[in-house]
Design a protein. Structure first.
Length: 274
């Protein structure tokens, strides 16, 4: 019995050493040796619809973070791909830095019917890219697995969840990441009072136009531009436009959302037969 504690101690150190070794070997083990590892530029070449929508919905934050070239209405494909790559890298760095991987796994296990809950079980070839280095298995699942998160929910859902998780997921223990939001001024359109009465909606209900501006003057200039471009058949809507203070996601928030909306959407090209 005197040797038992020594055996337990040796076993503990052995298990620890094995776990460290596996952590180092796993990225190598899942690499598809038949194909080179895809770079971030490679995986960003296929621009997701959600990324394009982030540009349309949050033009000011998008421009401030990712540059004028990609933010332009007629941005060339190369500029959008470069911005997509930058957003994915930055978003993943923030995801790691904020410790999101502590509560969200990125590994659908082939047990317990997990495929029905979390989607497709990714193959080694599908993980053979730079955005999967280091791998983010996670430590536990406080929240759902995010392996196939891309396209499951709208950008607006992710914005609301990032700001106040309980607004979209009642009972969530996730903290609100309010430091990824900025205050500013935005253009709104008040609902038509006649339509509000018919629908039983509060006549003060207002809907935002894309763009959260740093100053009220910038927002008012945007209002005038919107008013000038209204179709003559709805010109009266211009009288219901107004500017007020608002809060919206900053550029880093857009990068986090771009990364989440990318997860599970990339598939490698099939190797050509030799």
């Amino acid at each position: 019995m005197d040797r038992f504690p020594s055996i337990v101690l040796a076993a503990a150190f052995g298990c620890f050493a094995i776990s460290m070794l596996l952590s180092a070997l796993y990225p190598w083990a899942i690499t598809d040796a038949k194909q080179p590892e895809a770079s971030i530029a490679d995986v960003a070449a296929n621009i997701t619809e959600e990324f394009a929508e982030l540009k349309r919905a949050y033009p000011v934050s998008f421009r401030q973070k990712l540059g004028d070239a990609a933010a332009a209405a007629d941005a060339p494909l190369e500029a959008m791909q470069a911005a997509h790559a930058e957003a994915l890298q930055r978003g993943r760095d923030l995801y790691i830095g904020e410790g999101c991987w502590h509560c969200h796994s990125q590994f659908v296990r082939p047990v317990a019917n997990e495929e029905a809950r979390f989607g497709h079980i990714r193959t080694p070839a599908e993980e053979n890219n730079a955005l999967q280095r280091p791998v983010l298995w996670g430590t536990r699942r406080v929240g759902p697995d995010l392996t196939n998160e891309g396209g499951k929910r709208s950008n607006d859902w992710h914005v609301a969840h990032l700001h106040n998780p309980r607004s979209t997921s009642p009972g969530s223990v996730m903290p609100g990441y309010t430091w990824y939001f900025r205050e500013g001024f935005q253009v709104f359109r008040r609902i038509d009072p006649n339509k509000a009465e018919v629908a039983g909606i509060d006549p003060d209900t207002a809907y935002p136009y894309p763009g959260l501006y740093d100053t009220e003057e910038e927002a008012r200039a945007a209002l005038e531009t919107i008013k000038a471009n209204l179709d003559p058949t709805v010109a009266e809507e211009g009288d219901r436009l107004f500017v007020r203070e608002a809060v919206g996601p900053d550029g880093d928030a857009l990068c986090i959302i771009a990364y989440l909306q990318w997860l599970g959407t990339w598939f490698p090209e099939k190797p050509t037969e030799e």
